[in-house]
Design a protein around this ligand. Structure first.
Ligand code: PLP
Length: 242
């Protein structure tokens, strides 16, 4: 099979983006959040350039990618689209940190001091500081990624000393929960940690939580950036990936 290089024409990205934006706006109202306080990150992993271009031309600017080489390739291929913003949201191997530091605007998945240090040291001179979120493990042993809440203060202190990183907030990928109440219960300690952190540092403005399955709970729990893929771009096909 050939790689999926064209956009599936049955997916109307512009209409999907409008639909997701309406859903976010209505959840903001429902949970009595401030208007426009939740950004939409369009998660475009495995999707072809044409799909990202379609989203861009519909007004979307922030894109999330999980695989380093794919992220770098897309960033280079779409460099002509002004104002496009690249967010790395996947696991980071240390031998790939340089590529991330050189190309991305944001990294949501910082969960080790070693990676933070490498991103700082490898951020090219002349680029603004890399915006980072600390990935927090709020699901306990079910997840291997993320800093435990008990280790969060140490990680914040470590990153605060790195001049080429700008700490913007926290990110989490909780294990799936049975219902809305359970989703909110898992988010509660994270929201508390975020509130404490933002009191101590005025640059902290981002709580990256919420995916297609838990948008309502995430927005109720203070999310400022939701990460949505499938509802915008359609189902992913991983068969073409190496
Ligand atoms: C893939 C991914 C998403 C988006 O998932 P969908 O179910 O396609 O909306 C969000 N966050 C992270 C970290 C992801 O890897």
């Amino acid at each position: 099979m050939s790689a999926d290089i064209t956009q599936d024409e049955s997916v109307d990205i512009k209409a999907n983006l409008a639909q997701v934006s309406r859903q976010i706006a209505s959840l903001i109202q429902q949970h009595q959040r401030v208007t426009d306080s939740v950004r939409l990150l369009a998660v475009s992993k495995t999707k072809p350039l044409a799909a990202l271009e379609a989203a861009y031309h519909a007004g979307q600017r922030a894109f999330g990618e999980n695989y380093v080489q794919e992220a770098v390739d897309k960033c280079q291929a779409l460099a002509h689209l002004s104002g496009i913003e690249w967010h790395f949201i996947g696991p980071i191997q240390s031998n790939k940190s340089r590529l991330i530091a050189e190309t991305m605007h944001w990294v949501h998945s910082v969960d080790r001091e070693k990676i933070a240090l490498r991103l700082n040291d490898q951020r090219p001179v002349g680029l603004p500081p890399l915006n980072v979120c600390i990935q927090v493990n709020i699901s306990g042993e079910e997840s291997k990624s993320g800093v435990a809440l008990s280790q969060l203060d140490a990680m914040v202190t470590f990153i605060a000393r790195l001049p080429n990183l700008r700490l913007r907030g926290l990110m989490a990928i909780p294990a799936p929960q049975a219902n809305h109440m359970a989703q909110c219960a898992v988010y509660a300690p994270l929201q508390q940690a975020f509130i404490e952190l933002s009191k101590s540092d005025s640059m902290i403005d981002t709580l990256s939580i919420g995916m297609s399955g838990d948008l309502s709970a995430a927005i109720q729990s203070g999310s400022t950036m939701v990460r949505v893929g499938t509802a915008i771009f359609g189902e992913r096909d991983y068969s073409a990936k190496a």
